[in-house]
Design a protein around this ligand. Sequence first.
Ligand code: HEM
Length: 329
Amino acid sequence: MSHKTVPMHRYSIFYYLGGMTLFFFLVQVCTGVLLMLYYRPSADEAFESIEFLVTAVPFGWLVRSIHAWSANLMVFFAFLHLVSVYFLKAYRAPRELTWITGALVFFLVLAFGFSGYLLPWNQLSFSATKVGTDIAGVVPGFGGWILRFLRGGDRVSGATLSRFYGWHVAILPAITTVLLVAHLLLVQVKGMSVPRGVDEKPPMKFFPHFALRDLFGWIVALGVLAAAAAIMPWELGDKADAFAPAYANIRPEWYYVFMFQTLKLVPGGEVLGIEYEAIPILLFGVGALVLLLVPFLDRGRGRGWTIAGALALAFVLIMTCWGYGWLTP
Ligand code: HEM
């Protein structure tokens, strides 16, 4: 750390975003472990165990609320970090692996969100998981297999809950930790990138100068997180009922809304035995693959990748706003 320096130029502010994401990840680990002490992963007890936690356990409501808020802030900051390193072209050699480990962690973060959403076993999460896993079932060829793999059966049931719990508290944390350690080591070994053509000032020593600034950001983040969690405690809703009519206005978490909205626009029907819906699903898969491999696809000439990135970002933002009904008067 004593050798590490951080380049100083007009975009240096973006070097704080990775550290900020790391802060929320650490909060997730600490609060997640505390939640595990009370949570029971079964269809009969999951909802009640959280109800007990938030009503009877001292500060249980706060720990749960912080976990939920921090999860959303982590996705948000991971997304900002990804977008900023993309447009600063920090993925270019020699940082290809830094990018790839980061992109893989980003997909895992989304999987954390999807698996965690079901755990309170309330109406909203139950319906959203049903719809979300139904979408996976549309994939040509393997759809049925993916659907049963995710649900642990044909329907969303207690078996799905056990499975999502296993992913959420064991499998995903284990893989994420390994990839995150690799990511942070790579940042250390490869050093920070400097965007082409910017005027550089003398670099800043990472320790103690940049680290103290990071810490200042973390303290502000802790304040915002604590305030949000205390003033707007995360709701629990009503217990899931498999026989209740489908929940009105069902919508996934905000970071999946752009895909959900795109799929809503696709008419029913099929061509050559493939459902129309499968086409955008496959395109999203290709998009994720292109994102992962962008360091090897961008040959460094022209502005093509910047324009493609801007169009993709505009698509995600517009579809999200549309999904929330913000585009209609
Ligand atoms: C939990 C998720 C993540 C954590 C905790 C994390 C953490 C960090 C940290 C602490 C840094 C050094 C400071 C900085 O540049 O911000 C960094 C750099 C970097 N990260 Fe991440 N990261 C995460 C996800 C991602 C994602 C999703 C991507 C892209 C797909 C990514 C790609 C990069 C790259 C390319 C750098 C080098 C930046 C440069 O040299 O300018 N990271 N990351």
